[in-house]
Design a protein around this ligand. Structure first.
Ligand SMILES: [Zn+2]
Length: 208
């Protein structure tokens, strides 16, 4: 029997969402792609930060506001340096932030985001109570439902995951989980053992 350890799933978006908006130069709605560049404007102690998008047809830019007239002290210094150097971690963080798109009234292109999941072992032993315990690592702002992750990683149907949740077999750090929950960085998904002994949903004869 293989050693039962907790796993880690590292979720990485493979492309950043585009914004659909009317391009003034093209005169119609076009796809504005994330340019992977910030623009920073410091005016005295007030700082503006934008994430730049460009029309895929004519390169016209659209600036998505990340910070608007923020007092210099409100910005984290490391993050400020990251804005100036177009840090890829920050580009992914803000380029996937649904709340930020909403604040900017930006319509994003595809609901269904593409992403990859890398599985790693952790040094932590798993509890015998659970079939699996997985630490989730996901960029802040990247919105993905827990059931979608389980469907993809475990090769089961969405209905199956729903049934597990209804049976009270799926947890996050010991708290019952709904299948519609959005994955958050630092979650620990746990699936109780019944799933393993009864993968097809067949009834088990109970010994009285
Ligand atoms: Zn254009």
């Amino acid at each position: 029997m293989s050693l039962h350890v907790q796993k880690q799933w590292i979720i990485t978006p493979s492309r950043l969402p585009s914004v659909i908006r009317r391009c003034p130069k093209c005169g119609m709605k076009t796809e504005f792609k994330n340019s992977r560049k910030f623009r920073v404007n410091a005016n005295g102690r007030l700082i503006d930060v934008w994430l730049i998008y460009r029309c895929s047809k004519c390169e016209t830019s659209w600036n998505m506001t990340v910070w608007e007239r923020a007092e210099a002290g409100r910005l984290d210094e490391e993050e400020y340096k990251g804005f100036l150097s177009n840090d890829p971690v920050l580009i992914e963080k803000y380029g996937n932030d649904q709340a930020l798109f909403a604040r900017n009234k930006a319509e994003t292109m595809d609901e269904r985001s593409e992403y990859s999941i890398e599985e790693r072992d952790t040094p932590f032993p798993g509890s015998l109570e659970y079939h699996m315990e997985v630490h989730i690592k996901i960029p802040a702002g990247f919105s993905l439902r827990v059931d979608a992750i389980l469907v993809r990683q475990l090769g089961v149907s969405r209905n199956k995951v729903k049934t597990w949740c209804e049976k009270g077999l799926v947890f996050n750090h010991g708290q019952l989980l709904s299948p519609k929950t959005r994955a958050k960085d630092g979650m620990m998904l746990q699936i109780k053992k019944e799933v393993l002994t009864c993968p097809t949903g067949d009834s088990i004869i109970q010994i009285k």
